[in-house]
Design a protein around this ligand. Structure first.
Ligand SMILES: [Fe+2]
Length: 385
């Protein structure tokens, strides 16, 4: 039996104006495209990318349909609404433009158009059949969805995050054009950047990590830490580096998955509407402390060495410093949570078995309670000033 699987079929274009390849790449996949975005494609229109995309597709001879009503943290009903609208149109390729919600919706719509009701394919079931190919154009620097086999949706009936997973939903082409980040506000740049950082660190530490993705994850983590503060302040140079790091972190989670930080953060999004990246950012140092202090392998020392530190405490201080410098609330209390929800938070996190089983250190009700209570106390309880 193989001890390692690494499958990364996405062709990644990176660089300013790499959007120009869109028409040519889409044409290889067919003649009828479905453009998918959130908010009536407001960001695409504001940045001029909407016109660039339409011109590029039409110049290459494609006809284009649009679904620009993707909701944030897309509910399954929202996906199936799109599937109803376009199931008889003979769509050959899906162009998903936006943050994680738009990209994940693009993948889910591909599953719906190709296979029917997406509910039948939710994890622990897998998408194994081929689906309509996807071209993903990320406009935030966090999701990594442009290169992953995951589509994270919301099941409104039970108020939980659910996932479609499977190699067929990895986009065929990822166009990572840093100029799409030009108008991304500082807070969203930081929040999505911390999503990328949690992908990188979680993938590095994950039980499913392997020698191929480990160095990619570690390098991505370093790039994010080195550039997130300047990106937050608006530096285009720093944003360029962050955008590539986000795709690298996506390549890492595609193999290694995410762990405790994501498993804890989902509750904040489903129950309090907290942005996914912000939710991860708030929990990050507390979950890292738990994992690093309880891990006894050489991974910890390699991580510390990569960040030029000698102790876990010093490493956590580096993480706390970038969180402090980018306006991330220091505690769950500051985020508006109440300790009265503690039991529900623990139970909810344990239910994300896909994340918790992948955590490098065993997760129990007790350990989650400790991590969450620390997160209520705030960063000053675990980080040096
Ligand atoms: Fe994430």
């Amino acid at each position: 039996m193989a001890s390692l699987i690494h499958y990364m079929p996405a062709k990644v274009y990176f660089g300013d104006n790499s959007i120009e390849v869109l028409g040519e790449e889409a044409r290889r996949l067919g003649t009828k495209a479905l453009f998918v975005a959130t908010n009536k494609a407001r960001v695409a229109r504001k940045t001029g990318y909407y016109d660039k995309i339409m011109e590029s597709l039409k110049a290459s001879g494609l006809s284009v349909y649009e679904y620009v009503d993707v909701e944030h943290d897309p509910p399954i009903d929202n996906i199936m609404h799109a599937v109803e609208l376009f199931k008889d149109k003979g769509i050959d390729v899906i162009i998903a433009f936006g943050g994680g919600s738009a990209l994940d919706a693009g993948k889910a719509i591909a599953v719906g158009l190709s296979l029917g009701d997406v509910r039948k394919y939710l994890f622990p079931n897998m998408v194994e059949e081929e689906v309509i190919p996807i071209i993903a154009i990320p406009t935030t620097c966090g999701t990594g969805s442009e290169v992953t086999r995951y589509s994270i949706l919301t099941d409104k009936e039970v108020n939980k995050k659910v996932a479609l997973t499977g190699y067929p939903i990895i986009p065929r082409v990822a166009i990572v054009d840093p100029l799409t980040l030009k108008t991304l506000p500082g807070n969203l740049t930081a929040w999505t950047g911390f999503d990328a950082l949690s992908h990188a660190l979680e993938a590095y530490l994950s039980k499913k990590s392997n020698p191929i993705v480990e160095p990619i994850a570690l390098e991505a983590a370093k790039i994010v830490v080195d550039n997130i503060v300047e990106s937050y302040k608006g530096s285009m140079d720093a944003k360029r580096k962050l955008h590539l790091a986000s795709t690298m972190a996506g390549i890492a989670i595609n193999t290694a998955g995410t762990t405790m930080i994501h498993g804890l953060g989902y509750y904040l999004t489903t129950h309090h509407g907290v942005h996914h990246g912000l939710a991860n950012a708030v929990y990050m140092p507390f979950a890292l402390k738990y994992n690093l202090e309880n891990l006894s392998n050489s991974k910890v020392s390699r991580l510390l060495k990569a960040f030029n530190t000698e102790t876990i405490e010093d490493f956590l201080s580096i993480i706390c410093r970038v969180l402090d410098s980018t306006g991330i609330p220091s505690s769950l209390l500051e985020l508006g949570l109440s300790q009265g929800e503690l039991d529900l938070m623990v139970k909810n996190a344990l239910d994300y078995r896909r994340n918790m089983e992948n955590n490098p250190v065993e997760v129990s009700e007790e350990s989650l309670r400790t991590v969450i209570l620390n997160a209520f106390k705030g960063r000053s309880s675990i980080c040096k000033a």
